[in-house]
Design a protein around this ligand. Structure first.
Ligand SMILES: Cc1ncc(COP(=O)(O)O)c(C=O)c1O
Length: 375
């Protein structure tokens, strides 16, 4: 089969080495004679897999004993609710930054469980093409937390620095998790689903400071403490997704060389494509230069029909899921961890070739017109 390059924004691609290992072990996981999908979550093999995954994540994030690390289900969307329920009381102040679509989802969900939600800064008046200035993030000193979405998947913006806020941070890191090193000194809780950079949908990582969890007498399933006490097995854990995350963490450590190497590769990938956009007379991005995301490159030809034509052109060259975003932000190329520099190079080449093709069509039609005039 011809390999294809997928720049999808939802389920991210997986490295070929990881896919090969899944295939090799599909019918016999760790000499058990069974597929990982058939393994009991109460087995020693399953326990070892969960513990190893938690340990690798703790190591990558440099978490000490002041932190708990959970592998949960329900996606990042569930954390929009679970985090406020566990980190604040109903009438506590909780602060949010509105940086576009996913942060708005987090805000609207928080309002179901917190009575004093304040949006302390918004990118609305800049159409979310820029992040609010970091110096204007004046959270309320007595707020329980300040929520930030570290990378805005839809808008193509990313916080390259976290605010030095008096209020501890609560981070939705779903679309740049383990793509770079995020300092956690001022953070009380970080949540991120796996399906973009470290595996499959089905598992969501929550790193939370022990002291930040309140005793709120929640239904057990929604209470972080139930999951902590049960070692992320309060109910049947999504073993296959955890297994793929485990393989991704090994790939990150053993084949990429750890988080700092991954960050360097991701910077190179993003630079290749932003340089191609900046040098182009056809493509452009409206995202503020200092806020450009290394993960989701939002760009356009300025016209949805020709954006669509470019997406089709890419498809014809085996470059998949460069698509028009349904929320009208233009084309988007997502450069998650498994996308290689060579993949990005093939997209950049397609951008050059497409522009050359358009120019030669233009000159051809200009030539035809000239021929008619001279008749
Ligand atoms: C930044 C961000 N947060 C939250 C979500 C929602 O995640 P889930 O589908 O796991 O609920 C997404 C989805 O793409 C996202 O990009």
């Amino acid at each position: 089969m011809t390999p294809t390059h997928s720049y999808s924004d939802g389920q991210g691609p997986l490295p070929t080495a990881v896919l090969n290992q899944i295939q090799d072990e599909m019918f016999n996981y760790s000499n058990s004679g069974k597929s990982i999908m058939e393994l009991s979550h109460k087995s020693i093999l399953a326990r070892d897999l969960i513990d190893d995954t938690v340990e690798r994540l703790r190591k990558s994030l440099r978490l000490d004993d002041a932190w708990d690390l959970l592998l949960l289900q329900g996606g990042a969307s569930q954390q929009f609710v679970m985090a406020p329920l566990n980190l604040s009381k109903e009438f506590d102040k909780v602060d949010y930054v509105d940086s576009g679509y996913w942060s708005q989802q987090a805000i609207s969900e928080a309002r179901h469980c917190a009575r004093n939600v304040s949006i302390i800064a918004s990118g609305e008046n800049q159409h979310y093409q820029a992040l609010p200035s970091i110096d204007t993030l004046n959270s309320r000193a007595d707020a329980r937390y300040l929520h930030l979405c570290t990378n805005n998947t839809v808008m193509g913006t990313q916080w390259h620095q976290l605010p030095d806020s008096p209020t501890p941070l609560l981070l939705d890191a779903s679309s740049d998790f383990l793509s770079r090193d995020i300092p956690l000194e001022n953070v009380n809780c970080l949540y991120a689903h796996a399906q973009k950079n470290i595996g499959l949908a089905g598992v969501t990582v929550v790193a939370v400071r022990k002291r930040a969890i309140l005793n709120n007498n929640l239904p057990a399933y929604l209470d972080y403490m139930s999951h902590i006490t049960a070692g992320s097995s309060y109910h049947t854990p999504p073993l296959f997704s955890i297994y793929v995350t485990n393989l991704m963490l090994k790939w990150l450590e053993e084949q990429i060389g750890g988080l700092s190497s991954m960050e360097e590769i991701n910077r190179q990938k993003a630079k290749l494509i932003y340089d191609a956009i900046d040098d182009s007379r056809l493509f452009r991005t409206h995202v503020n230069e200092s806020d450009r995301s290394l993960m989701n490159v939002v760009f356009s030809t300025g016209n949805s029909i020709s954006d669509e034509a470019f997406a089709m052109y890419c498809k014809g060259r085996g470059i998949n899921t460069i698509e028009l975003h349904p929320r009208g932000t233009g084309l988007r190329a997502s450069l998650y961890n498994a996308i290689t520099i060579d993949d990005v190079q093939s997209l950049v080449t397609a951008m050059h070739m497409y522009q050359l093709t358009l120019s030669s069509l233009f000159f051809e039609s200009a030539g035809v017109r000239e021929a008619r005039f001279t008749q």
